[in-house]
Design a protein around this ligand. Structure first.
Ligand code: NDP
Length: 643
């Protein structure tokens, strides 16, 4: 094994090389760009406006649905289903989304090669109820999108969803015990005929997602806008430019023939895209700032016989998810089989990012020891990862440049059986910038390391605005939200910092629930994190209804008590020290571009940041906590009243 202290020094040197004083300000969000051209790169090219315009609207001004769910991605759809399973009806639910279709990230993202990076048997929600067998262990994005549409049909939600609709303002009316919501619905492709609606709702759920705003680097001069060839961001793959179709599992990018294509970025998205560019373009230039850790994928079709075994026991999906999470967190008891058994489930140090039982509480003086522990736990895995590159990439220099120098928990792990292999092809060029990033753009080239690389097409695989910039669910959904007394979330949390019970609701915002990683149990499988929150919210709402004698005609108020959220927030603070493991990481959206720890922050500021952390014990322990909390249906810490 590589010598430990040398590795540590290398990690520090590589992270320092990439740390920039401008942090997240190095990026511009495409939708907020001054450039008309760049702003339009996030127009909804998938929406069928004529068909959508012809549909009757499920929401009219003055309506008062019981539940208004803001976001029709996985979180919003699963929220709706869990409410229905808890005893409510589809008719009581209305869902809105800014997109022209459902699926959230799986609606927008349609780039070639898109797959779920977590085993689909645990990634797809509601598999048991749907009786669906995924085609592969890791299914393509188009299959996920169709599956989510099937969920909508199965639970009779199709005509409850208003698409192309944004919630602008959400205000609590204490007298009426209702939320008043101002919406704008797009009509037609240009938005010229937009319609404003005002509705009320007893309950509002904010489910608008985490990585929603595509971003690009700010570069000198006109920046990316200076490039006059074809360009697009991976979040909205432009098949009109490349050829192929978003409905194809294996798109044929016929229009890339004879073209020089550049791609900026080498994150989880680019790892899936690059092999497709390599297959079809004449020359491919991959502009790299930091290499990704690329593990083997070992993709395979689902064997129906194996599937029968996987699904034999009722409750298998929850158990398989717990099994996966316990292996990642190292909390599986000896002898527990590894059901998923892939490169993810063999990431013994990933719990440094998502929490685990063993280090749920870490005193400040113990932080260096804990970091050392995780480094040691990751050492063999990372050494194996690095050694693998040299066995695949033939050119020694290229292999070296593709080698990541950070522990496994610092960036999203990636998996591919084709990405590294493409660099053996003579027309694929790795343009490594040794941590600096690209220098700029001219009308027909990207400049890196002081050299111009002429291109016909530029693909921007440069990720999304960090959730650290937009710390609460309303800000992430770009909603003006006012709770009791007209207070916003930042105003309500101004003196304390984040304050919730179990991460999904806060005092002063009755009948409002959200999905967010702060103060809640998280894991490598984000779909499971969402489902855990959705189940719990549905349980709380249904139990509150039972307490007041069943279904109400309004007047029910469910509100987290201040003391309970303070106690929970203190628990989060006590466990937050263990997330100092992120401070040694190379910069990324996960650690606020390396500025997760501000050496000049006051003690009050440090506590506020700690309060925004996830639950430190990992998702398996979080589930146990929720189970214990639910015993006797006491709803401890939640006030339930009826007017
Ligand atoms: P990332 O933020 O992970 O990657 C952005 C890339 O752009 C990085 O390689 C970054 O380099 C690079 N970059 C940024 N600025 C510059 C610059 N100035 N010059 C050169 N390169 C630059 O975004 P992704 O879209 O790849 O992934 C985002 C997330 O989406 C993942 O972390 C994952 O959670 C999710 N995802 C999930 C998938 C799934 O299968 N479920 C598939 C794909 C993505 P640097 O690293 O140096 O910052």
């Amino acid at each position: 094994m590589e010598e430990f202290s040398r590795i540590q020094e290398k990690y520090t040197a590589e992270a320092q090389k990439r740390l920039r004083p401008d942090g997240t300000a190095q990026y511009q969000v495409l939708s907020q760009s001054d450039s008309n051209h760049l702003r339009h790169l996030v127009d909804d090219i998938w929406a069928d406006h004529a068909s959508l315009d012809a549909l009757p609207s499920p929401i009219k001004s003055g309506d008062c649905p019981k539940f208004l769910i803001i976001g029709a991605g996985m979180g919003g759809l699963v929220s709706a289903v869990r409410l229905i399973q808890a005893g409510f009806t589809a008719d009581q639910i209305r869902i809105i989304d800014t997109a022209g279709g459902i699926g959230g990230t799986w609606y927008w993202n349609r780039y070639p090669g898109l797959h779920c990076d977590i085993e689909s048997y645990i990634y797809l929600p509601l598999l048991e109820e749907m009786g669906y067998m995924p085609s592969h262990k890791y299914i393509p994005g188009v299959e996920i999108r169709h599956y989510l549409n099937d969920i909508v049909k199965r639970w009779d939600l199709k005509d409850k969803i208003l698409l192309r609709t944004k919630a602008d303002k959400v205000e609590w009316d204490d007298g009426a015990r209702l939320w008043k919501v101002d919406l704008t619905t797009q009509r037609g492709p240009t938005g010229a005929e937009n319609v404003s609606l005002t509705v009320k709702a007893e309950f509002v759920l904010l489910t608008a997602g985490l990585l929603t705003r595509p971003q690009i680097p700010r570069l000198p001069g006109a920046g990316i806008d200076g490039f006059k060839g074809d360009l697009f961001h991976t979040s909205l793959w432009n098949y009109a430019i490349t050829g192929g179709s978003s409905e194809d599992t294996v798109p044929v990018l016929s229009k890339l023939e004879g073209k020089r294509v550049g791609i900026i970025g080498t994150g989880a998205t680019a790892i899936q895209v690059v092999p497709y560019l390599a297959k079809h373009a004449k020359e491919v230039y991959v502009f790299q700032r930091t290499p990704s850790g690329v593990y083997a994928r070992n993709q395979r079709a689902t064997d129906p016989e194996e599937w029968k075994k996987v699904t034999a026991q009722p409750g298998w999906e929850l158990e398989r998810n717990k099994n996966f999470a316990s292996h990642i967190s190292g909390s599986a008891s000896p002898g527990t089989p590894d059901l998923v058994n892939d490169e993810w489930s063999k990431q013994p140090a990933y719990s440094a990012l998502v929490g685990d039982e063993k280090f749920a509480l870490v005193a400040p003086e113990k932080i260096p020891e804990v970091i050392g522990y995780f480094m040691a736990r990751d050492a063999e895995n990372s050494a194996r990862l690095r050694a693998r590159i040299a066995t695949i990439v033939k050119d020694e220099e290229t292999a070296k440049k593709l080698t990541p120098w950070y522990p496994a928990w610092c960036k999203r792990n990636t998996f591919s059986d084709t990405y590294l292999q493409t660099f053996n092809e003579p027309h694929v060029h790795l343009i490594d910038t040794d941590g600096r990033g690209v220098d700029g753009a001219t009308a027909h080239s990207i400049v890196a390391n002081g050299q111009e690389y002429p291109l016909d097409i530029l693909v921007l695989s440069t990720g999304y605005q960090s959730p650290a910039v937009l710390e609460n669910a309303a800000a992430r959904a770009d909603i003006k939200l006012f709770g009791r007394g007209g207070k916003t979330i930042p105003e309500s949390w101004a003196s304390t910092g984040t304050a919730t019970l179990h991460g999904y609701a806060s005092h002063g915002f009755p009948n409002l629930f959200w999905l967010s990683p702060s103060q809640t149990g998280v894991g490598a499988n984000h779909a499971f994190t969402l489902d855990t929150q959705c189940r719990h919210i549905a349980y709380v709402v249904a139990t509150a209804h039972k307490r007041v004698g069943g279904l109400t005609k309004g007047g029910l108020m469910i509100e987290v008590e201040e003391a309970a959220q303070e106690a929970w927030s203190q628990r989060i603070v006590q466990g937050a020290g263990r997330f100092a493991t992120m401070a040694i990481c190379t910069p990324s959206y996960i650690n606020n571009e390396g500025h997760i720890m501000d050496p000049n922050a006051s003690p009050e500021e440090m506590v506020k940041r700690a309060r925004a952390s996830p639950y430190s014990g990992g998702i398996v322990r979080f589930l146990k906590e929720l189970d214990t909390w639910r015993e006797g249906d006491k709803l401890s810490g939640i006030e339930v009243t009826i007017s």
